[in-house]
Design a protein around this ligand. Structure first.
Ligand SMILES: [Zn+2]
Length: 898
């Protein structure tokens, strides 16, 4: 167990341990109940001693009102006698509180919120327990206005209520025990205005008219932690779809509905149409039926996240649900990817829940891995199968920060909980699971997963429980030590591979260390158990050979007579590590880069860029590889190479560097023109390269028609314009190009459009384009505009952040500091801790100090800011170190390639 326990005792009498006398005193005090002091609220887990057994929650929700009313009865188990205890509740006005013992005795109680947000003290009029009883609270509270808890959104003269309780916002909706380890059934009742739709986790069982309100009762939930409850109330459209049919593992149908704001219900058809297939793949994998009685997909009118896996009532941001067959492939894939992730959570997270936030990776790493795996089975031609690998490679630079979290990182304070929802948890976590799956084999891994689901269905589990299930279920208990070496320490392992051939024998000398970029402050002390596999060509035949690297240095002997033609030190890209080679090894591998499997080409691109960032690869060799990868058949390989080159902007060359634009045109122009067909692979590559050529390459042949179509779309084109209609997949780049080329009139047109446009894809494209302006006067105007009413807070932050990098970093930063309180007021509460990310646009060591000073001075406004700030400062320092060491070399190499 890696639970942090100091929070458990805060507020209670603490006695120094270690002497017989102290232990005696402690025992004596435990016998007499002690009332906790309001000034000593726990900052993490609640103390032991009282726990909920079930809830009966009745909410009265009128979305047009400013507040809601609640009555909650919580059946509790008092493990000892007590006169007071902590629970959760935030911004609640409690009008009545009492404890009713099972023998009928009623004890008056008071409720008081402490200075520690969300933690409240209940004091009893007399001592109670041990035994069971029922806590009663009658209360009211304002609707949250910041996308957290039970929150209110106004749209087109209508008011809607949506809930978002993860991680710790159920306490804003009702007093209770708001930690995932308390997993119990809920009985839910909602009273709401007659013309409103009301959705919770379970099907409605009864409706009773009460004047112009209706009291809706819902079926009792399965055991759930508080963070998974869901409510949506308002004039929503409810689109009832065909139920999900029975199959080999489920003998009941699952009713399926979509929920969206008034007038948008029909736009849910695409998402609903494609849900049953995803559910069926997952049921088949787990061997367990979808665990809940119904499934609703809810498009929230405003939302702080992508989506939330509430059992039976999954909430999404509108972009992920509102679409049709004509929508861009990018949007449809985003829907599939997120829906599959959230549906995977119905098992991982909902059916089996972590006990505490330290283990949230069990939810998120699994849902990421399983979501991607599902899509590969659901749509084998859909180009989903490398998503987990791309994600894991994408997390490695974050994992190379000295301030990186480990996957399984102790969460000690409530303020740290949000740190746990980062790229390490989701993407590295998923990549590590894929690595272990590759090592034990798909079938064995599936057996381990099924074993875990069976053991802990409707219960909670820890990481240790999972390791045991996986080891025993897969028949590979030895993998536990490899797995823990990746989840219980941060950073990316680097395997240096040196070839020695002698006496008809080739030996790979393997040496592991911690990957360190230039300027890194990481102590090179990491050691992993790395499932290592190399592939390549030797004696004219392909080979693959594997070993578990446990020591710092290890030898792997190849069964070949001659020196291999090349060695790829991460076969299928399956290992979560970076590799490096000597110059001869790189040369040989780069020579065949365009013929490698896509997984290996992706891994090679990452390791080569990592070597460049570590100062171990020349700019010339790196450019050679990127150009070679341009000829690779896989869309994501070419896309990754083009992204690497685009990433030089701001780090090695200026944003508008003409040499870079010319180079992008020369290298990617021919590849773009050679794309054949219209399958997913071709469509994805065409869209990526078109954007690179239009924006980075400034190719007039692509850019001018896009701008013309954008002008037509916003009705700025001449009447006789014969511009083509704007394709959904082109919208973002077309708007961006038009913002840059047409300036103010086009920007004004987009601002006008945003006043009424409700299509989330169009809004997203327009907002993204507004942050693409390179005109400082327009940028200044847009920042101010973003603080107004036309855009939501979340949209505003995108526009502002987009103008805080590159050439406009200084001006953007100055404005940000001046307007910090206004910017903060537009930030959802749960995102405020990440405010230091606004300093990430700098690549200059001198600026780090200014960023640090500013956020430290404002620390009280952004609780939990420590790690985001540390990572931001480190990112600036590493960028500056890279620029200092490599910018000139890269610029010279670029110039010589013309
Ligand atoms: Zn998730």
């Amino acid at each position: 167990m890696r639970f942090f326990v100091s929070g458990l005792v805060a507020g209670f009498c603490l006695v120094a341990s270690g002497s017989a006398l102290a232990l005696d005193t402690s025992a004596a005090q435990a016998a007499a109940p002690v009332l906790p002091s309001i000034d000593a609220a726990p900052v993490g887990q609640l103390p032991v001693g009282i726990s909920p057994l079930s809830y009966d929650l009745h909410l009265t929700i009128d979305p047009t009102s400013d507040e809601f009313q609640g009555v909650v009865s919580i059946k509790v188990d008092l493990e000892k006698s007590m006169q007071g205890f902590w629970l959760h509740g935030e911004n609640l006005v409690v009008d009545a509180a009492s404890l009713e013992l099972d023998d009928g005795t009623k004890i008056a109680a008071s409720y008081k919120e402490s200075a520690e947000p969300g933690v409240s003290l209940v004091t009893l009029a007399s001592v109670a327990g041990p035994g069971t009883g029922t806590l009663h609270f009658r209360y009211h509270a304002p609707f949250n206005q910041s996308l957290d808890g039970l929150y209110q959104v106004k749209r087109d003269e209508q008011s809607y209520i949506v809930s978002q309780f993860e991680a710790i916002a159920a306490r804003k909706a009702f007093p209770g025990f708001d930690e995932p380890r308390f997993k119990v059934p809920f009985s839910l009742t909602v009273t709401a205005p007659k013309d409103n739709a009301v959705i919770t986790n379970t099907p409605q069982t009864k409706a009773t008219e009460l004047g112009n309100m209706i009291r809706y009762e819902f079926a009792d939930t399965k055991p759930l932690p508080t963070y998974l409850l869901a409510f949506a109330v308002g004039p929503y459209d409810v689109n009832t779809w065909e139920a999900i049919p029975t199959n080999a593992v489920r003998d009941r149908v699952v009713p399926l509905r979509g929920v969206a704001t008034k007038g948008s219900g029909s736009q849910l058809a695409y998402a609903l149409q494609n849900t049953a297939g995803i559910v069926a793949v997952q049921e088949d994998y787990f061997g367990i039926a979808y665990p809940y009685a119904k499934l609703d997909l809810i498009a929230a009118p405003d939302y702080a996240f992508g989506a939330m896996e509430n059992p039976g009532a999954i909430v999404f941001t509108e972009f992920l649900l509102l679409m049709d067959e004509e929508s861009s492939l990018r949007q449809k894939r985003a829907y599939a990817s997120v829906n599959s992730h959230e549906l995977a959570h119905q098992w991982f997270g909902d059916l089996v829940t972590p006990k505490w936030w330290t283990d949230i990776w069990l939810n998120e790493a699994f849902a990421t891995w399983m979501g991607n795996k599902t899509l590969g089975i659901w749509d084998p031609k859909g180009e989903f199968e490398r998503a987990t690998l791309r994600g894991a490679l994408g997390a490695m630079n974050m994992d190379a920060l000295a301030n990186a979290r480990q996957i399984h990182e102790p969460v000690k304070r409530n303020a740290e909980i949000w740190d746990a929802f980062d790229g390490i948890t989701y993407r590295k976590g998923a990549g590590v699971l894929a690595m272990i799956e590759s090592y034990v084999g798909e079938k064995a891994f599936q057996s381990g997963v099924r074993e875990h689901m069976k053991r802990f269905a409707f219960k909670t589990a820890t990481a240790e429980d999972f390791f045991t299930s996986l080891g025993e279920g897969s028949g590979h208990p030895e993998i536990t030590s490899s797995l823990t070496s990746f989840v219980d320490q941060p950073y990316v392992p680097r395997v240096k591979v040196t070839l020695k051939t002698s006496d008809h024998k080739t030996v790979l000398q393997l040496s592991q260390s911690t990957y360190l970029p230039l300027g890194s402050k990481i102590a090179n002390t990491g050691q992993w158990e790395i499932p290592f596999c190399a592939s390549g060509m030797a004696d004219g035949k392909p080979f693959k050979t594997c070993t578990m690297i446990k020591d710092k240095q290890q030898i792997l002997t190849l069964d070949s007579k001659q020196a291999p033609a090349y060695v790829m030190p991460n076969a299928n890209g399956a290992g979560y590590y970076r590799f490096s080679l000597d110059e001869d090894g790189w040369d040989k591998l780069i020579a065949v880069a365009d013929t490698l499997p896509a997984t290996e080409a992706l891994s090679l691109r990452d390791s080569a860029s990592a070597a460049l960032n570590a100062g171990e690869m020349s700019a010339d060799l790196w450019f050679d590889l990127m150009e070679k990868l341009t000829s690779h058949p896989a869309w994501d390989v070419v896309s990754a190479a083009s992204g690497s080159i685009a990433g030089l902007r701001g780090r090695a060359v200026k944003r508008d560097d003409p040499a870079l634009a010319a180079y992008v045109l020369r290298v990617f122009g021919p590849r773009y023109n050679n794309i054949k067909g219209d399958g997913p692979s071709a469509t994805l590559l065409r869209s990526t390269l078109k954007r690179r050529l239009a924006m980075g390459g400034k190719d007039p042949a692509i850019r001018e028609p896009l701008v013309a179509a954008a002008m037509q779309f916003v009705k700025l084109a001449d009447d006789d314009s014969d511009a083509p209609a704007l394709a959904p997949s082109d919208m973002g780049m077309a708007f961006s190009a038009a913002v840059q080329d047409k300036g103010k009139p086009f920007v004004e047109a987009l601002k006008t459009l945003l006043e009424t446009e409700r299509n989330p894809a169009v809004r997203g494209a327009a907002l993204g384009a507004l942050s693409a302006t390179n005109d400082p006067v327009l940028a200044a105007d847009l920042r101010q505009w973003a603080l107004g009413e036309t855009v939501t807070g979340r949209e505003a932050l995108g526009v502002i952040r987009g103008q805080m990098g590159g050439d406009m970093a200084d001006e953007g930063w100055h404005w940000f500091k001046e307007n910090f309180d206004a910017v903060l007021s537009r930030m959802p509460d749960v995102r405020k801790s990440a405010a230091p990310n606004f300093g990430r646009g700098f690549c200059d060591a001198d600026k780090a100090q200014a960023v640090q000073t500013f956020f430290t001075a404002n620390a009280d406004k952004i609780p939990g800011y420590e790690r985001p700030l540390a990572q931001t400062l480190e990112g600036i320092a590493l960028c500056a170190a890279f620029k200092k060491a490599k910018a000139k070399e890269l610029a010279d190499a670029l110039a010589s390639r013309g």
